[in-house]
Design a protein around this ligand. Structure first.
Ligand code: SF4
Length: 316
């Protein structure tokens, strides 16, 4: 079977670090995974604003299945600090390598694009920048401040790396006061060495807990993919771990394999199983839960933020 690497538009392979990996079979997607084709005028308008501001989006870099729906509504998630990541997680479609220097104008460009898209809620994420002394925390903070200045009523959600071995980095981002601090656990601890080898489960959990310790009013959020070989009980344990860290919002979505060189899909979790995870998660005390095959961290993030605030108010 042919090796699938992205060579059509790029003469250099997108994932040279994954070239040595054996091919894995790509399972046929079940009926319940259907996505909207990216062909609408709204999609084109979003793409034009992204290009004009020279921005990178996780929607494109991760090959997100929701891009047709989200960009039609002018919802895009900006990925700051370049398109090259210092980690090489087995599930991820973002390319790995030594990233370029930070672009000092990027915070302003993100803010301008947020204004042009008319976003009420913006999600900003990034690649891992283990090469930077602060892991990119200051750049995150400057981006938050630039958006606040340009769009004072827009609420801001950050989806950060783990800032592993970057003392003080988390505090810099929290001090910039995003409305939602999101950091994804991605999978259960038993799958970390295979799926997310550069990360540490308890470090990620502690990062989320620390956000709440610094600012108890800040909403915290985390997400995982299922279908990576995890057991149901492990997912339930992970929910308990997140609740112990006072995390407010849990997202659970189906892992989809970007290429044959990425981690294989071990199973397609049925919509009924997702519903069951959602029910259990609410019972464990999360303020908000989004669990469905096409749930992604930033999918419907604006609408979900409104529900999150309402859920907190309702518990008072
Ligand atoms: S779900 Fe998130 S990453 Fe995917 S297209 Fe929508 S905004 Fe982009």
């Amino acid at each position: 079977m042919a090796v699938v690497l992205d060579l059509i538009n790029n003469p250099r392979p997108r994932h040279p670090e994954k070239a040595h990996r054996p091919d894995s079979a790509v399972l046929k997607k079940p009926d319940w995974i259907r996505v909207k084709a990216p062909v609408s005028p709204g999609y084109n308008a979003t793409r034009d604003i992204v290009r004009a501001n020279k921005l990178v989006t996780v929607c494109e870099e991760a090959g997100c299945p929701n891009i047709g729906e989200c960009w039609d509504k002018k919802h895009a998630t900006f990925m700051i600090m370049g398109d090259t990541c210092t980690r090489a997680c087995a599930f991820c479609n973002v390319k790995t390598g030594l990233p370029a220097a930070l672009d000092a104008d990027e915070p302003r460009h993100v803010a301008e694009a947020t204004a042009k898209l008319g976003l009420k809620h913006i999600v900003v994420t990034s690649v891992d920048r283990d090469d930077l002394a602060d892991g990119g925390a200051q750049h995150f903070a400057e981006t938050i401040r630039a958006i606040r200045a340009a769009c004072p009523t827009t609420t801001i959600e950050v989806l950060t790396p783990d800032f592993l071995r970057k003392d003080g980095a988390l505090e810099i981002v929290v001090a910039a006061r995003p409305d939602v601090f999101n950091h994804n656990l991605e999978t259960v601890p038993s799958r970390y060495l295979t799926v997310r080898p550069g990360a540490r489960y308890f470090h990620s959990l502690r990062l989320l807990q620390r956000v709440k310790e610094i600012d108890p009013r800040m909403f915290t959020k985390s997400g995982i993919m299922v279908g990576l070989g995890e057991e149901r009980n492990e997912v339930l344990q992970l929910m308990d771990d997140l609740r112990s860290a006072n995390v407010d919002f849990l997202t659970i979505g189906q892992y989809l394999q970007p290429t044959r060189k990425h981690h294989e899909v071990k199973s397609f979790v049925t919509p009924e199983e997702f519903k069951s995870y959602e029910t259990v998660a609410y019972a464990k005390g999360f303020l908000m839960v989004s669990a469905s095959p096409l749930t992604r961290s930033s999918h419907h993030a604006g609408d979900d933020f409104a529900k999150l605030k309402a859920a907190r108010e309702a518990r008072r």
